[in-house]
Design a protein around this ligand. Structure first.
Ligand code: ADP
Ligand code: ADP
Length: 226
């Protein structure tokens, strides 16, 4: 089954805004996939529905074949989400943030500790594991968001504008971490409004505008058209 399969997805918010007007896409297992589009296009809504934070109005969403409504808990266990805003406690240490997060998802404590070492090393944060998170640089905080999401060993990692508003040096550090996560077998989907980011990272992408997909396919084919 595809890592993510979306069929005719529609979302109308209570205020009448039609954020998604019939979106269909498939993301293959192992892919690195970008949802590219301007502000207000519907990218966050698409990610919100996929991660069960937003209720859909119509359509179907499956994660590795698992329906997100009929089998919500099983579907959610397959994904890791990196929200746009940094939302960990600045007065906790990266190691504890990771271990406690896994505990919340039912991972036994000893396994969580071993996993925390792994994800912090992967994110080049192991030397900061016991520092107060508040003292981390902007780039390190962003990478900690990614490391924490990896604690549950998700098969599909979803990131909402992970590099919005950060400078190019920090972005490069995040790209390296994400490329390594993808190379180790995790499917990644991210939203971005930077073409450069999609170009650098992704094999396939969809361009979304005003709630509809306007282009879809391999990055190389789309670049050839521009
Ligand atoms: P993007 O992530 O591409 O910037 P969004 O999914 O955030 O786009 O927004 C798509 C549209 O839905 C926009 O017009 C936005 O104003 C609207 N929208 C987003 N969230 C809500 C909400 N909670 N209630 C009402 N309208 C919303
Ligand atoms: P990148 O994300 O590109 O790897 P960082 O933003 O993590 O870059 O910062 C690069 C280096 O600068 C780090 O190795 C770190 O030691 C140091 N540094 C930057 N800001 C801080 C800070 N607020 N506290 C401690 N070290 C910092």
């Amino acid at each position: 089954a595809p890592a993510l399969s979306i069929r005719d997805l529609r979302k109308t918010y209570d205020n009448g805004v039609e954020a998604l007007k019939g979106v269909s896409l498939d993301v293959a297992p192992g892919d690195f996939y970008a949802l590219l589009g301007p502000n207000g296009a519907g990218k966050s809504t698409l990610i919100g529905v996929t991660s069960s934070l937003v209720n859909k109005t119509a359509g179907e969403v499956r994660i590795f074949g698992v329906d997100i409504v009929a089998d919500r808990d099983a579907a959610m266990r397959l994904i890791g989400l990196v929200p746009q805003e940094i939302n960990f406690n600045m007065f906790e240490k990266p190691f504890d943030i990771c271990v406690n997060y896994a505990g919340f998802y039912g991972v036994p404590r000893e396994a969580a500790k071993a996993r925390a070492e792994q994800v912090l090393k992967d994110a080049q944060l192991w030397d900061k594991a016991d520092k107060m998170s508040r003292t981390l640089s902007g780039g390190m905080k962003r990478r900690l968001m990614i490391a924490r999401a990896m604690m549950t060993s998700p098969r599909l990692l979803i990131l909402d504008e992970p590099t919005a508003g950060v400078d190019i040096e920090i972005r490069r550090g995040m790209w390296k971490t994400l490329k390594e996560i993808n190379a180790s077998g995790t499917t990644i989907i991210l939203t971005t409004h930077y073409l450069e980011e999609a170009e650098n990272l992704c094999r396939n992408l969809a361009i979304i505008d005003k709630g509809r997909i306007v282009e879809q396919g391999p990055m190389k084919a789309l670049l050839a058209k521009l």
